[in-house]
Ligand binder design. Sequence first.
Ligand SMILES: N[C@@H](CCC(=O)N[C@@H](CS)C(=O)NCC(=O)O)C(=O)O
Length: 215
Amino acid sequence: MILYGSSFSPFVRKVLAFAAEKEIELEVRPNRLGDQDPEFLATSPFGKMPGFRDGDFEISDSSAIVAYLDAIKPEPNLIPTDPRGRARAIWYDEFADTILFGCGRKMFFNRVVAPFFLGKAGNEEEANLAECEELPPLLDYLEGVIPASGFLVEDRLTLADIAVASPFVNLRHVDVALDAARHPRLVDYVTAILARPSFSKWVDKETALLARVAA
Ligand SMILES: N[C@@H](CCC(=O)N[C@@H](CS)C(=O)NCC(=O)O)C(=O)O
C-alpha cells in the first residue's frame, strides 16, 4: 500500500499515525504541494495530499483512507462501531480537518511553507490574527471536552485523538506554545498523544528537516 504526501501535512500525518497504530505498513512516496506526477494525480484527482493506492484501488482524502484501512484490518478498532461513539469520532475528525486545520494552516503556511518551501514571504498579519483571535476559542473548546481518561471517545485511543492531535504538530513547528495554566488538560492530552511512537517518529523527522531548511 502506497501513501503519497508529506508528513508535514496534518492529513498525511493522520493517516501515517493511524496506520502505525493498526500495524499496517505503508510505503510513503513523499511529494510537495502542487505535485503533477501522474501516478499521484491518479490517486488524488484534485492534487491534494494524501493520495493512496492499494493495488488497483486508488483513493484520496485522509478520512476516506483511514476508513478503508479500518475496514481491511478491523483490529485494533480505531473507528468505534457503537452509534454514538462512531458519530463522535467522526465529529472530532471533521472538527480537526476543517476548523482546527483551517486556523492552524494560516500559521503554518505563512511561517513555514511560504518562506522555507515556496521561497516567498508569508502573510504574518494573517498568521498573527489566527494565533491571537481564532485559536484560543478552539483550545478552550478542547479543554472542555477532553475526558479524565485522556481520550476523546470511549476512553481509549480512536481516530478522534489521532485526527485532533495531528495539527498540533504544525503548531509546535511554528512555536505556538500552549498555556498550561489556561489549558492544563489539553497540554497533557496533546503531549501524551504526540509521544506515542506512531506520531513521534514523524514529528522527530519533521523537526530535524525543518532545522536544516531554516539554518
Ligand atoms: N480533506 C482532505 C484535505 C487534503 C488537503 O487539503 N491537503 C493539502 C495539504 S495539507 C493539500 O494537498 N493542498 C494542496 C492544494 O489544495 O492544492 C484530506 O483530509 O485529506
